[in-house]
Design a protein around this ligand. Structure first.
Ligand code: HEC
Length: 418
């Protein structure tokens, strides 16, 4: 019995080894590796995009071969922080087990180049993550010199659209200029044009204090955080943008200690070409929706907060979700419960990553019936075991916009189905 088991085992083992080495001998860059890299890595790993180096040519990839093997096996790259078994998303960034093994075998076999033919790259747009040309590119009036005072700073920038007629926007892409210091940004719509005087001024500037009282047409038209990606709304769905509007951008800069650090952030707008039937709306679950108040995180604790929305008053279809926490974030989960008791999974992130705060778009819009509630459970780690804790020893943390304070936001974009 034992003997035959051993025999089967060893012959399978030999078969595995020989087939693996046969396989890996055939794996080369041109035919097998380049397509994986170009599809899954090059969208960010090219000039002008977020990643710190290019992954395009054989030389680019060979130079970091071992590192690429490591980050793909650990699934650190391509970045996607939502759990795959809770919510069904579009444009998922994920290598298959087969692709990961192919990379591994290729690296272990000395990274052969294969046929020396010209590589065929997928279509990329310069200065955009999306595959289309933006209809309108709005830039800051001039490069902004970031104050060198080692303080978190919030500055306003007014970008006139000069649009002659009302329009609808299908996608909004904020392009951080200074990738090191732009910490996040929020875009509001100013239909009054009064905010132009606030351009390049700090939100604490006395001279513009009275402008803080002016209500924007849309306070949270778009938001950007590190690692965020633009999404394209489905056909017939868009966000309105009124003629003559200005974009008012509030940019949060991380503390800067260097002279001559400038920022030239910009915004790409993509207009709807088809007839728009539904306007996109925003539902935000935030600190005030937490049921176990107060939203305070004592030192040396791991603590979970529970949030609950108001009762959903009419049927809605949720298109996307964007969670937001700061450095103490550890994990989160959100779902809706229908009046019939069904659970609709919305998102789960088991290992929160401050650097990768993406907008997750559902493959199919999530239909939430009248009378449902949306719930969230969010956990923060304010112990010394959290390597991203800003304080040593840990301190009590309260709500606030600075990255050393904490936040809880779940931003849902939805439409009211007809
Ligand atoms: C959505 C954009 C994006 C995609 C897609 C992407 N990367 Fe990256 N990558 C980044 C950014 C930004 C960084 C630097 C910040 C970081 O390390 O998180 C990075 C860092 C890296 C690093 C260095 C990690 C370190 O610890 O310094 C490697 C290696 C890497 N990427 C490989 C890959 C490979 C291989 C793929 C495809 C399988 C890929 N990346 C896909 C954006 C991306």
């Amino acid at each position: 019995m034992n003997y035959s088991f051993h025999k089967i085992f060893s012959s399978t083992f030999i078969f595995c080894i020989s087939s693996a080495s046969l396989l890996s001998q055939g794996i080369n860059f041109t035919e097998h590796i380049a397509p994986i890299i170009h599809q899954n890595c090059t969208p960010c790993h090219r000039t002008g995009e977020a990643a710190p180096f290019s992954l395009i040519t054989y030389e680019d990839v060979v130079k970091r071969g071992k590192f690429i093997q490591k980050v793909t096996q650990s699934r650190y790259m391509p970045p996607w922080r939502a759990d795959h078994d809770f919510g069904d998303f579009k444009d998922v960034r994920k290598l298959t087990v087969g692709q990961i093994s192919t990379i591994k075998l290729w690296v272990e076999n000395g990274m052969p180049k294969g046929p020396d033919v010209a590589l065929k790259l997928p279509d990329f747009q310069t200065n955009s993550q999306l595959k289309f040309k933006p209809d309108l590119v709005l830039k800051m009036n001039k490069p902004f010199l970031i104050p060198k005072n080692n303080k978190e700073e919030y500055f306003l920038f007014s970008l006139p659209t000069n649009l002659q007629s009302d329009t609808y926007v299908k996608a909004i892409e904020f392009r951080a200029g200074n990738k090191k210091l732009v910490h996040h940004s929020r875009i509001s719509i100013d239909t009054t044009q009064k905010m132009r005087v606030t351009d390049a001024k700090s939100i604490d500037d006395e001279s513009i204090a009275e402008f803080g009282k002016i209500r924007m047409k849309d306070e949270f038209w778009a938001g950007w955080v590190p690692g965020n990606n633009p999404i394209i709304y489905p056909d017939g769905i868009a966000k309105p943008l009124q003629a003559g509007s200005d974009l008012l951008i509030n940019i949060h800069y991380a503390p800067n200690v260097l002279p001559n650090e400038t920022d030239s952030s910009s915004v790409n707008l993509y207009f709807a070409k088809e007839k728009v039937e539904q306007e996109l709306r925003t539902l935000i679950l935030f600190e005030k929706d937490i049921t176990n108040q107060p939203f305070e995180i004592p030192a040396d604790t791991v603590i979970t907060f529970y949030a609950k929305s108001v009762e959903i008053p009419y049927p809605i279809s949720i298109l996307s979700v964007q969670p937001h926490m700061h450095l103490l974030g550890k994990s989160l989960r959100s779902y809706a419960i229908t009046p019939g008791g069904d659970l609709i999974p919305l998102i789960k992130i088991s290992a929160w990553d401050f650097d990768w705060q993406m907008t997750y778009q559902y493959k199919e819009a999530q239909a939430i019936p009248t009378g449902s509630y949306i719930f969230a459970e969010v956990t923060y780690d304010n112990t010394g075991r959290n390597p991203r804790n800003s304080f040593s020893p840990p301190q009590k943390i309260t709500a606030g916009w600075n990255s050393t304070q904490e936040m809880f936001n779940l931003i849902f974009q939805y439409v009211i189905p007809k």
